[in-house]
Every structure is written in C-alpha cells, then in structure tokens.
Design a protein. Structure first.
Length: 289
C-alpha cells in the first residue's frame, strides 16, 4: 500500500473505474441500496399499518392486496419486512459503529506503543472473543432484560476486538515504511502520524471489515430476536418473524420464506460488496494463490 493521497483525482477515477467494472461490487451495492431504500421508505410509508391487527385477514396467501401475504394476526408481511429492515440495519449499524469507534483507536494505539501495552490488548481481545455475541447478549439480558439496545451493546462489544486486530495488523505493516520514518524525522509524534498517515492507509481494510461485520450484525440481530433477546414486539424483526412462522410453515410457508429471503439477500449483498471493495483496492488479491 502506498502513501498516495486518497483524494487525488486520478486515484479516485481509477478506483471508480475498477468499481463499476467489478461485478461483485455492482451486485452487492445494488442489493444493499435496495434494502437501505426499503428501510428509509418505511419511516414515511408502508402498505399497511403493522400495529393494526385484522383477524379477518389472517393467514392470507400472497395476492394483489398483500404481495407477501399476511401473518396469523392479519398483519401485512411486506410492511413488516420493511420495518424489520429498518430495525436490523439500525442495530447492525450502531453495533459496527461501537466496534469501529472503540476498536480502531485501541488497535492503532497498541501498534504505535508496542511492548506490554500491545501484549495486554491482544490478551484482552482473546478474552472478549471467548464470549460470543449470543452468549454476551444472554448475560446482559439476564441483568437488564431483553431489548434491541442490549442486543446492540452485546454485538458492539464483540466487534471491538475484531476491529482492534484489523487496525493493529494494518498499522504494524505501515509503521516501518519510509514515509513514516520521514514523518518521524520531521518531528511528528505518534498520535499525529497515526491520524495523518496510518488511518488513511488502512481505511480500505477497515471498510472491508466493516461490511463483513455489518452482515454478521444483521445475522446476530436476527438470531437474538429469534430467541427473544433482540427487538421486542410489537416492533417487527426478521428473526422474530421466523420464530413466529415455524409453527405454521406447512400451512403458511410464505411467513418464513420472505423474511428468510430478506436476511439471505441482505447478507449476500453486504458480503459481495465487501469482496468487491477488497478487489477494487487490491486488484491483485484475486490472482494470488
């Protein structure tokens, strides 16, 4: 990785050319934008009010009136998926923000200081990794009760060591570079070098890892909601919709099909996007053995 300024017009033009020539990036970006647009639209409009129970319309199959059918309370499944997208994205986005906001400074600090500070941080990361997000959520819920906020905290805590490791590894590979040595010879401190040189040059690594953790956050939120530890009723959640559908899958398969496809497509889109971003910044990676 070079020290080329990311704002250079020729660099941005080359990145844009590689981006739109990369099939994974284009497909992943399209799917992600569709899901994000659906979530944004749900703030202002949904086909039906999901808080209104219409028992007479319960278990209706997909039709022109209800494109994705209705559930056992008569609620429109499409409207629930739209609002569920909003909740899933919000939980995953905040959790990734927590992980990145805390983990990246810790990783860069450890790489800059080295010694026992670096070793202590890595051992702390190992300790956090020993408690998966689901187990952390169970422990937090036992104290504070189930809620979307507790799910965010649990997933965010699990993301911190992930971003700390990525930031540390990227920073350690850059510190020996000649332009870093020149910056140190010019009298710049480690904190200034980290802000001006290290973070801009590991931004692509963090962006790729961010898309991966975003996808994992969507899955984690769905899993926590499925077991009753995430988003709580009456707010719709993709995981909760799958839980409610498991007892009526034979007579109403659409209740599991559509939220399951929403999770699948969202995670697929984010993974394709991350894979595309990785190829754009390092086009040689695809050809390495």
């Amino acid at each position: 990785m070079s020290g080329t300024a990311p704002g250079n017009p020729s660099t941005l033009g080359a990145l844009a050319g590689r981006a739109f020539a990369n099939r994974s990036f284009v497909i992943g970006l399209f799917i992600t934008l569709v899901v994000a647009a659906m979530a944004l639209v749900s703030f202002f409009w949904t086909p039906f009010d999901v808080t209104r129970l219409i028992v007479a319309d319960r278990m209706q199959p997909p039709s022109s009136a209800h494109w994705f059918g209705t559930d056992h309370f008569g609620r429109d499944v499409l409207s629930m998926i739209m609002i569920g997208a909003r909740n899933s994205i919000a939980v995953a986005l905040v959790a990734v923000g927590i992980g990145m906001g805390v983990g990246v400074p810790l990783g860069c600090w450890a790489a800059a200081r080295g010694g026992w500070i670096d070793e202590a941080l890595m051992r702390f990361n190992d300790l956090v990794f020993a408690f998966p997000a689901l187990l952390s959520a169970i422990m937090i819920t036992a104290v504070f009760g189930p809620s979307a906020i507790n799910a965010i905290i649990a997933i965010g805590i699990f993301n911190i060591p992930v971003f700390a490791r990525v930031a540390r590894a990227g920073a350690l590979s850059i510190w020996p570079r000649e332009y870093i040595l020149a910056a140190r010879a010019a009298g710049k401190g480690k904190a200034r070098i980290t802000v001006e040189h290290i973070i801009p040059n590991i931004a692509n690594l963090l962006l790729v890892q961010g898309t991966i953790q975003f996808a994992l956050g969507i899955l984690a939120e769905a899993a926590l909601s499925y077991v009753g530890l995430g988003t709580q009723p009456p707010m719709p959640s993709w995981g909760r919709m799958l839980f409610d559908a498991q007892t009526v899958m034979i007579v109403a398969p659409w209740l599991a099909l559509f939220p399951g496809c929403a999770i699948l497509l969202t995670v697929l889109g984010l993974n394709l996007l991350g894979d595309g971003i990785s190829d754009i910044f390092d086009p040689r990676a695809r050809h390495r053995p």
